[in-house]
Write a protein that binds this ligand. Structure first.
Ligand code: NI
Length: 172
């Protein structure tokens, strides 16, 4: 089992659209998902997209931990797409394994509909809101060459986690 390195913002594979997966049940897709699971578990993150391990394919892994809404166990999605439900957008803090040590406030749709294929080939459709919807938007953006600072509308909230925490704790 190889542990894949996570590439950082600026790497070309993170900045271009990923390719659709032709056969979600192919052994090489299962292998990629296994390797991504190892990398995600080792990093302690809640989500990981294939381009972050330098694989230009439309695959993401994500979970919703306890305390962030209804929990979702670690789930692999192949060729996922999202549609916003309603017009409501929410601004909240995000971080990314490809931008270590950084954080920023990002506007996202509050509710979305997810359509995807599971690694066993079955179709998945679910609605998500709040943190769950945010994680999906963040991860699926990676498949389109978008990292979260590109979604920010106030770059004054972008910075290193310790600095930002200290500043916003002071209410500045
Ligand atoms: Ni990310």
């Amino acid at each position: 089992m190889t542990e894949l390195a996570i590439v950082r913002m600026g790497h070309p594979v993170l900045m271009r659209p990923a390719d659709p997966v032709t056969d979600p049940t192919a052994p090489e897709v299962a292998r990629l998902i296994d390797d991504m699971r190892d990398a995600l578990t080792a990093s302690g993150g809640v989500g990981l997209a294939a381009p972050q391990v330098a694989a230009g394919l439309r695959v993401v892994l994500y979970s919703v931990p306890e305390g962030r809404g209804a929990p979702v166990p670690l789930t692999a999605l192949v060729n996922p797409t999202l549609d916003p439900l309603g017009e409501e957008r929410v601004v909240d803090w995000e971080a990314c394994l490809s931008l270590p040590g950084l954080t920023g406030a990002v506007p996202r749709w509050r509710r979305v509909r997810l359509t995807a294929t599971l690694p066993d080939g079955t179709a998945l459709e679910r609605e998500a809101e709040d943190f769950h919807a945010r994680v999906l938007q963040h991860e699926i953006d990676h498949l389109d060459g978008i990292v979260y600072p590109m979604r920010m509308d106030d770059l004054s909230t972008f910075g290193f986690v310790d600095e930002i925490k200290a500043r916003f704790a002071e209410g500045a």
